[in-house]
Design a protein around this ligand. Sequence first.
Ligand code: SF4
Length: 373
Amino acid sequence: MFLCVKSAKIAVMSEKIHLQGLTKDELIEFVAAHGEPKYRAKQIFSALHARRVREFDEITDLPKAFREKLGAVAQTSTLRVESRYISEDGTRRFLMKTHDNFPVEAVFLPSESRDTICFSSQSGCPLKCDFCLTAKLGLLRNLTTGEIIEQIIIVLNDVYGVAGETPHGTNLVAMGAGEPFLNFENLIKALNIMSEKDGLFIVPNRVTVSTAGIVPKIYEFADLENRPHLAISLSAPNNELRDKLMPINKRWDLDELFTAAKTFEKSLRRGERFTFEYVMLGGVNDSEKDAQDLADLLNKHDLRRVKINIIPHNPAEPLEYKPSAPEQIERFQQVLAKNGIDSYQRRPRGRDIYAACGQLAAKTQPNLVQIVR
Ligand code: SF4
């Protein structure tokens, strides 16, 4: 269990309780308030999370009268899937809408060894990273705990079927729309609920949270007793360039960010490393000098247990950046390697359906629309 969940506030949506966003203890309180015994909470939790049921009528181990009562005061499914796109590489993008009509996107990335679900923490994003399409939406609103969890359930049901087992090894990455650390409490509560053994059972070790550099939350995250992995989006080796590419740098500059990263490094478990993500923009941040500056920065802060995740830029209008040439990425990596720094490239996935990194902007593609039930 994550220890930082300070509040046990129950998420109320449209005046009905959103049950998927309740912890087991909150569910016990909820059923008690409706005159039901504790074991009803266990039944509901297991139905919603382990069996991934989306409607009260399908929780047939509850008496019909109680299901009707639940329907009047609570809800299980608040997100609706508007469209689903399947890439030629097998990636699936889900465009959903909240009850108040805000877009939410999640992406399923299949792989032979382990499938990954990339989910959103916010609708839109308030940060203005210059290379990211989501930034163009601005912040629409934070997602609730229940909405964060529902995304995962919808994707799992689509891929593996309702009530299918959550395949062992499914990874989660908080790298969809939004800055996760600006919705910290809801995110951590959602991860906490999803880690429950009698629920989805997606343990923190299979989860990575990516931040653009909300420095105070990096310290808070480092202090979680049973925390997921961390990735920090960097994309520039000096303040001048990072101010332009990722304006959050004007609030917390590289020195503050790397000082926080050093503290985080001290919290790493045996064998664990953390990641700096570096979006490669052709002719902007991909020179050998940029690579050397990056290596110098890591050395200056004595960061040793890191790896650099190189993300080839995913072009999308109206963004003006171009991806780096593959040979240039190779040269960049060689400089890092000479300095003893590990790096690897993330293979672009789902570019044709606007599902790739930095492309989530609630785009609809009429020719490809596939509605999911
Ligand atoms: S890269 Fe991430 S943090 Fe930056 S604007 Fe896009 S979604 Fe927000």
